[in-house]
Design a protein around this ligand. Structure first.
Ligand code: ZN
Ligand code: ZN
Length: 206
């Protein structure tokens, strides 16, 4: 019978300072929501309610765990479906049956959640895309390309900013169309394997 006993697992311990901090924020938000609602500020009450719900969620899921690759202790929101990255060695973990496990090499997230900050990569003009001619989600032959652009601030002036724009073409097969995303100073992928290859190809050597 197949089992996953070969996988390492680590337990997540509750981070009480964060749990209490976010909990207090949630309670304060609730008090604010009631007060705003009673004073006929329904829109502000709804906005604060959303903020309060986020705080309650973070309070309930705040934890710390040891990285299964390098042993670094790191904190975050740990919950079913969360992807948690060690800030020290960048290894990705996820929650499986209440424990922390390594994300399998062939794991594909539902949305582009595997992120890379531009600061730890070479300049975008030097990036080379792995998996040429293949879908950046599933590694099968690509049938279309999606063009994304990376804008980087080159210099700031009083009346204008100089921005460099570099465009990239990511291959996709027929069922896939959103395997990569660029947002702000981050590039994100759905495929863990693509993330690994992109990082090893384009990481800054220093
Ligand atoms: Zn680590
Ligand atoms: Zn595909």
């Amino acid at each position: 019978m197949l089992n996953d006993s070969h996988l390492q697992r680590a337990s997540v311990t509750r981070s009480w300072p964060r749990t209490l901090g976010y909990g207090l924020l949630a309670v304060a938000s609730l008090a604010g929501v009631v007060s705003l609602w009673l004073n006929d500020h329904a829109v502000w009450a709804c906005l604060l309610a959303v903020f309060g719900l986020c705080a309650a969620f973070l309070s309930a899921t705040s934890g710390t765990a040891r990285c299964l690759n390098c042993g670094w202790k790191f904190g975050g929101a740990f919950h079913m479906g969360s992807l948690n990255q060690c800030p020290e060695c960048l290894t990705w973990h996820r929650i499986d049956r209440g424990n922390l496990v390594l994300v399998p090499p062939d794991f594909i997230a539902d949305t582009p959640d595997f992120t890379l900050d531009v600061e730890i990569l070479k300049s975008p003009a030097e990036w080379r895309l792995p998996w040429s001619g293949l879908c950046c989600v599933c590694h099968k032959p690509a049938t279309s390309v999606t063009e994304l652009e990376m804008r980087t601030l080159v210099s700031q002036h009083v009346t204008y900013n100089r921005v460099s724009i570099v465009r990239f073409k990511f291959g996709h097969c027929t069922p896939h169309n959103r395997g990569a995303e660029i947002s702000g100073s981050q590039i994100k992928f759905r495929s863990h394997a693509y993330w690994t290859d992109f990082y090893s190809t384009n990481r800054r050597d220093d």
